[in-house]
Design a protein. Structure first.
Length: 364
């Protein structure tokens, strides 16, 4: 067996091929690309994006769950040649994301007989979702035709539309889209509390869509968020209702019809959190402002967020908070305690953008 592997590796086109994806969930199209990579390279690195994200309809499965589903599709010999590692998104800074990818590949790529390894980037050529193939000119790009008729977003929609839709899909269409090991993992997932929470969020989303169904054009929402930092702490609220129940979020909300963006942000801090900082002091502490517009950033649809960064002067005592009764719970959170999977939507990446937080959160 070892002789066969060595003979196979000696005829490979590449020392290492890199495949980047979200794998929500891993489907037969993903496995076809990995199998092609195993034919052409002695080592395959699979970078699993959207790692350390809170569960959501767009990101139902955590990294360790996706890793197990991917490995279930290959035998022991192939798994020995697969490196599967998590990759944190950097939604608003391609350079940070590219650097993280480069570092992971550099650290994982096996040496090639005292020479630099020949590395390639493999993926399906599928419009905007594969634009990253052009971000690494130092690696040869290997394009694989996509498996037609399989879409991860459509799979998720069928799985979380309703319990009956889930049962129908798993008993009929799932085996046309998903490897058997993934089907079994999804069936087990449907019995845990996380599945029930996602069903609830899907029902809320449907209500939201119905409310805007008769709009003359698809609605675009505008919100504001406040990134308030003092003495190594950031001001956050813990959400008390779906979507994102239990997650931390930046203070903010929708703007009123006749309101300027900064005024809306200050109103949210004043009315909902009752932050004990005078408005002139807040305005004098404003250090940055940016529009965050990643198309998939919000659960509710196309939503633009204008965020304001307030850097308060260091003090031994953090400003007192007195949130409105029945509202979200506010607290100061140490920057060292920030974890992407504990924050709602893209709020970690908004904070990261203003404060320059690291992109790499380890390897597990």
């Amino acid at each position: 067996m070892a002789t066969d592997i060595a003979r196979s590796e000696s005829t490979c086109d590449f020392d290492c091929l890199v495949f980047i994806g979200r794998f929500q969930p891993p489907h037969l199209g993903h496995l076809a690309i990995i199998r092609e990579a195993l034919k052409r390279a002695r080592q395959v690195i699979v970078l699993v994006g959207s790692a350390w994200q809170a569960r959501s309809l767009r990101n139902p499965w955590r990294f360790d769950e996706r890793q197990a589903m991917l490995r279930a599709g290959f035998d022991e010999t192939d798994n020995q040649r697969l490196e599967i590692t998590p990759l944190l998104d950097a939604l608003y800074n391609d350079d940070v994301w590219v650097r993280d990818v480069q570092r992971k590949v550099r650290d994982l790529a096996a040496p090639a007989n005292a020479r630099l390894p020949r590395i390639g980037l493999i993926g399906a050529s599928r419009g905007q979702s594969s634009y990253y193939l052009s971000l690494f000119p130092q690696w040869e790009s290997v394009s694989v035709p996509p498996v037609e008729g399989i879409s991860a977003s459509q799979i998720r929609e069928r799985l979380f539309r309703s319990p009956s839709s889930t049962d129908d899909y798993l008993s009929t269409g799932a085996y046309h889209d998903l490897p058997p090991g993934v089907v079994e993992s999804v069936k087990k997932f449907c019995h845990v509390s996380a599945y029930k929470r996602l069903l609830e969020e899907q029902q809320l989303l449907e209500q939201y869509r119905q409310a805007w169904a008769h709009a003359p054009y698809p609605p675009i929402f505008v919100t504001v968020n406040a990134v308030v930092v003092q003495s190594g702490h950031v001001l956050l609220v813990r959400r008390t209702a779906a979507p994102g129940k239990g997650l931390y979020a930046l203070p903010g909300g929708f703007i009123n019809p006749h309101e300027r963006l900064l005024d809306a942000c200050l109103r949210e801090l004043r009315e909902r959190l009752r932050l004990k900082v005078p408005e002139p002091v807040l305005k004098g502490s404003l250090r940055g402002q940016r529009l965050f517009d990643e198309p998939h950033r919000s659960w509710r649809g196309r939503t633009l967020a204008e965020a304001f960064y307030f850097a308060l002067r260091p003090d031994q005592q953090l400003p007192r908070l007195k949130p409105v009764k029945g509202g979200d719970h506010a607290r100061w959170v140490a920057l060292a305690d920030l974890e992407p999977e504990s924050l709602f939507e893209d709020h970690f990446f908004i904070i990261q953008n203003f404060l320059g937080l690291p992109a790499d959160f380890g390897s597990s």
